[in-house]
Design a protein. Structure first.
Length: 474
């Protein structure tokens, strides 16, 4: 464990000894801000694209259609990152730094393999995916152009998001925030240059994103490999199949939360295109703006709940059950406060957000309506995120996976497919709030019924291990 430098706490001391609220805020705020920064990648692209002369609206629809594919790409980064990082933190809490290093090394290789496979799959089947996700004749060329350039940088996108999870898991939340901040600033600076100055349009936006992700990936790699202050340093000699399996299993919950967004986008875009008639492309453009707003909510919310996982994982590994309980309550309260603020903004100030994407009055009207309805269940969503990510932090993969699947595939997907058939295309946006409220209730019931047993079982295991260790010493 790192020693104290002056009055400054080391990362591991902060996880185990600092007051819970201070430790949670120290991890949550940079992680939340980092996700706000990540949202800026897509939003900045869409703002510039939506304001392109003459073709802005249809180009925005094309980029929006690429959203499900780029979301799937990022979900694989979280499959590994948010699967391996809690395991690494648990091992650090147990004092087993050798296993922690093996988990990091194994996860690096998994990220590399996944990036290569995804690049090949999108290169071969990209056009087929775009048709599935609702590309029409007018929006298809813009979608193809954006996806072609974006796919070149898949390795950087995977590495930036995946490796950053292991930085945050060591309690280095501010360094994790810098990973995203470097990319966002680069993207904001390069977007107008490539889109307007070089006249590359949609393709220029994608190139700027790739360069930005490369900058973030390189920074994260350097921080894990060459910075001696890291609790765990990345080495390249170890790959463990057993740890790879555990990483993937635990990461499935985070993966499903993000990856099933693509399934939902597919269903939503298809419903809007199928039942929207002549307004299909405009409705997809409105949905693209609405989903950009939803990302401003869900990604920072995920930043709070996943960014604070280290304090749960470390103390669970250490056996400090009381600290786990208090930390989980603090995380929930912080998540709830964030969601209340975002609900108010969505209901009363959505117009300002929409106006930065387009000046078309009809499109603005649809986008504001979409945001208003889609966010009705945002406050209960805090419980879903806090409890599912809390279970993931404790290594309870089956429960986390089940609760993740319930919200998207068990409730939201059927409603997205059925509501427009029963009540017309305008009703499709009610699927999200219904699913958010229902899944939050289910998550609360499951978590509150089982968490006591889970923590007591862990405490007994730690006490038994300590007793055996004491007998060995005697």
């Amino acid at each position: 464990m790192h020693k104290l430098v002056g009055n400054r706490l080391s990362a591991e001391e902060r996880l185990s000894k600092q007051s819970v609220w201070k430790a949670v805020l120290y991890l949550a705020i940079p992680s939340m801000l980092s996700q706000f920064v990540n949202v800026a990648y897509g939003i900045v692209d869409r703002i510039y694209i939506g304001n392109m002369a003459e073709v802005g609206q249809i180009a925005l629809a094309g980029v929006g259609i690429c959203g499900p594919i780029t979301t799937v790409v990022s979900s694989f980064a979280y499959l590994i990152g948010l699967g391996g990082a809690p395991l690494m933190a648990i091992k650090l809490g147990e004092g087993d730094k050798t296993s922690a290093q093996k988990i990091l090394s194994t996860s690096f290789y998994l990220l590399l393999i996944v990036a290569v496979l995804l690049t090949a799959i999108v290169a071969i089947f990209g056009d087929v995916f775009l048709v599935w996700f609702g590309a029409g004749k007018s929006s298809m060329p813009y979608a193809q152009e954006y996806l072609h350039y974006y796919n070149i940088g898949t390795l950087f996108a995977i590495m930036a998001a995946g490796l950053n999870s292991f930085i945050i898991a060591q309690g280095r939340a501010k360094t994790g925030m810098l990973t995203g901040l470097i990319g966002a600033i680069t993207n904001i600076a390069l977007d107008p240059l490539f889109i307007f100055v070089f006249g590359m349009g949609v393709g220029g936006a994608a190139i700027a994103t790739v360069i930005s992700q490369a900058a973030s990936a390189i920074f994260a790699f350097v921080m894990l490999t060459f910075v001696k202050s890291s609790s765990v340093v990345l080495r390249f000699k170890t790959f463990s199949r057993a740890m790879a399996s555990r990483t993937v299993l635990l990461g499935l919950s985070a993966f499903l939360i993000i990856a099933t967004d693509s399934v939902m986008l597919l269903a939503l875009n298809s419903a809007l295109q199928t039942y929207g008639g002549d307004k299909g492309d405009m409705l997809i453009s409105a949905a693209t703006i609405m989903l950009s707003f939803m990302q401003v909510i869900t990604l920072p919310l995920g930043g709070i709940t996943s960014g604070t996982q280290p304090i749960l994982s470390y103390n669970y590994g250490k056996g400090d059950i009381d600290r786990v309980r208090v930390s989980q309550f603090a995380i929930l309260m912080l998540s709830l406060g964030f969601c209340i603020v975002m609900f108010i903004l969505a209901q009363f100030f959505a117009g300002g957000f929409v106006s930065i994407f387009t000046t078309d009055k009809q499109l603005q009207q649809y986008a504001i309506q979409f945001i208003s309805v889609y966010t009705l269940g945002v406050i209960p969503l805090a419980f879903q995120y806090a409890y599912v990510d809390g279970l993931t932090a404790l290594g309870i993969a089956p429960l986390a996976i089940t609760l993740s699947l319930l919200r998207k595939l068990g409730i939201m997907l059927p409603l997205t497919l059925l509501l427009p058939i029963w009540y017309g295309v305008d009703s499709v946006i009610f699927a999200e709030p219904i699913a958010d409220i229902a899944s939050a209730i289910a998550s609360c019931v499951v978590y509150l019924c089982l968490i006591g047993k889970i923590l007591r079982r862990r405490q007994l295991r730690i006490e038994h291990s300590n007793a055996l260790l004491q007998q060995h010493k005697d």
